[in-house]
Structure formats: C-alpha cells, structure tokens
Design a protein around this ligand. Structure first.
Ligand SMILES: Cc1ncc(C[n+]2csc(CCOP(=O)(O)OP(=O)(O)O)c2C)c(N)n1
Ligand SMILES: [Mg+2]
Length: 328
C-alpha cells in the first residue's frame, strides 16, 4: 500500500489528538523560552521546536506501560509520552513539584508511571539502556515495548552499533527512533558520516529499518505502529530514521549561524504543525475555527502549567540527599 492510501486510514480522532499534542509541545517550549529569558531556568535548554511530529507520531502508538528513553532534547518526547506539563515545567525550573523534585532539570527527566525512564544527556547513552529495558520485558514474558530516541549524531558512537547488533540477535522488543535533524551541534551530518541513509546502518545488523519524513506525523505514526506491533509480537527490534529539522540553534546559546538561510526557509515551510493542520483541514476533520479553538485550549493548559511551576517552592536543601541510595 502506498503512503497516501495508508494515511487515509488514520482516524479523525487520532489525527486531531496528534495535532493537539504538537500544539501543546510548541506552546510549552515557547513558554520555556520566555521563562529562560527571564532568568528562571537553571542551565541551558535544548528545544525540539520543529521536530514535534517525531515524538508525537512515534509515541502515539504506545501504551502507558511501554517505556521510553529520552534524549538531551526531551521536552516534546516527554509530553508526547504523557508527562503532565505542570510536572515537566516545574522540573525545568528546578522546583519541588517537578517530576524529579527539581533535581534533574531539563535534561534529566523521569516519570515511570507514564513509562518515562530516567534519561541522560550523554549522547547515545539511552540506546543500550532501551535494549536493557526491552530485555527485561522479554525476560518477564511481557508484551510491553521499549522505545529509544536519539539523534543522528548518536548513530556514530560505538554503543549504537553494539546495541543494534545485540538487539537484533536477541530479538528484543525495542523500537529505535532516530531524530535526524541534519546536525550534531554545529557539525553537519555529511561531515560526520558518509552513510546517506542512517536506516542503512541498522539494516546491516538484521532489523527492519526505514527512513521517513519526520515532519509528517502520520508517516511517523504508521511506521512506528508497524514497528511496535512487530516488537509486541516478539519478532524483534526496528529502526526508524525520521528526517526533521530544529527551528532554532542546538541550545539557547547557539545562534545557528552555520546554517544556510535557504535551508532554514525550506524546512520552515515544512513545519510539522502547519502540515498536520493542513491535513486536518483538507479532510474536513475540523475547520479553521476548530483548529484554532483546539490550539487555544492547549495554550491555556500551558499557561496553567506555568502558574503551577512558578508557584512551586524551591526544593529544601536536605532533600538533595534523598533518592540517592536505595534503602536496605
Ligand atoms: C558523549 C557525549 N559527547 C558529547 C556531548 C555534547 N553534546 C551534547 S548534544 C551533542 C550533539 C548531539 O547530536 P545529535 O545526536 O544529532 O542530537 P541533536 O542535538 O541534533 O538532537 C553533543 C556533541 C554529550 N552530551 N555526550
Ligand atoms: Mg542531530
């Protein structure tokens, strides 16, 4: 079946739900930026603005009991998997009501009840951990699935190759989602690897691997659904390369002057939020007002999250010593 025919099979409610999530992530990161500029965010932040369709499409076919490993660019992935924006924003501000009680900040998130495992900002570190989570699922004869997110840059590290090999060999129930945004900090992908399609790297180890338009939430969803179903059936891992683009620099301190203006313009025209809204309008799932009303609801949700996070207290000093060692 070709992709256009498959896309028509997505239900109205699913596409609208995914649009809502994209809008939520976009509004959330706009709020984080505002708070950062007011000096309220400790450390730096890595925004996923422009890449939202990857996180939303990939996680929308997961169950709450499935588990994900996030990256150093995790806000969208966390919200898409179901983290409460209030807990996430409070964490980013280092407040007591954050998902890690303010100890983690933007890059060290965890929320096990919704399947978000403690994540690390070390590039590629989540790749073997996702395989470990999948190994545990298999060992327990559970039909749950692990999903590991990482960037294009991470496909050049040793742990990526070792893990692809073992995950395929052991038929682990894991889905790897590569956010190929064409850059690792300021290094353009062509300066880091001669492999043009990153999916080829995983295919070599004996697993199904595809390259999809990461700005098309439906394409990501369809590919991820197939991969998740396969993992649930016990048939092993899959790899999905999602071609996408970040709207801003690597982090807040990066003006991204190494990017060509034309390239930026082209990708901005393929903004995943615009593409999803266009698909909804074209199919008559919602009209313009319907889309705007939904967006306004999501924006309001983020306003409420901001008020919650800003009124959350700073953690007490002694709490820093809690959750460090396991009792007994
Ligand atoms: C092991 C390690 N080396 C270097 C860094 C510094 N660093 C942080 S993000 C990053 C680039 C990662 O690029 P990519 O995997 O493509 O993810 P993206 O930032 O594009 O989402 C680097 C080098 C790090 N965090 N960990
Ligand atoms: Mg990258």
């Amino acid at each position: 079946m070709n992709q256009a025919a498959q896309c028509n099979k997505l239900s109205k409610s699913l596409l609208i739900e995914m649009y809502g999530k994209i809008v939520r992530i976009r509004a959330f990161e706009a709020k984080v930026t505002q708070l950062f500029l007011r000096g309220l965010v400790p450390g730096t932040i890595h925004l996923s603005t422009g890449q939202e369709a990857v996180a939303v499409g990939a996680t929308s076919c997961l169950r709450p009991t499935d588990r994900v490993m996030l990256t150093h660019r995790p806000h969208g992935q966390a919200l898409a998997k179901g983290m409460d924006p209030k807990k996430l924003l409070a964490e980013i501000l280092g407040r007591a009501d954050g998902c890690c009680h303010g100890k983690g900040g933007s890059m060290h998130l965890a929320d096990p009840p919704v399947g978000i495992m403690p994540s690390l900002p070390i590039v590629g570190a989540g790749i073997p951990i996702a395989a470990g989570i999948a190994f545990a699922f298999k060992y327990d004869a559970s039909d749950s699935v692990a999903m590991g997110f990482f960037g294009d840059g991470a496909t050049n590290i040793g742990a990526f190759h070792e893990t692809m090999n073992l995950a395929a060999l052991w038929k682990l129930p894991v889905v790897y989602v590569c956010e190929n945004n064409l850059y690792a900090v300021s290094t353009r992908i062509q300066s880091a690897t001669l492999v043009e399609k990153l999916s080829e790297k995983a295919k070599l180890y004996g697993m199904p691997a595809s390259t999809v338009d990461g700005n098309d939430v439906e394409a990501v969803y369809l590919c991820a659904s197939e991969a998740v179903d396969r993992a649930r059936r016990g048939e092993g891992p899959s790899f999905i390369e999602c071609k996408t683009y970040r709207h801003s620099g690597h982090s807040r301190t990066d003006p991204a002057t190494y990017r060509d203006e034309e390239e930026v313009k082209e990708w901005m025209q393929r903004d995943p939020l615009i593409l999803c809204r266009r698909a909804i309008l074209k199919r008559g799932y919602l009209d313009d007002k319907g889309c705007s009303d939904l967006a306004a609801e999501e924006e309001q949700l983020i306003e409420v999250a901001a008020q919650f996070a800003l009124s959350s207290p700073e953690p007490e000093g002694m709490k820093a010593l809690e959750d460090v060692y396991k009792d007994g």
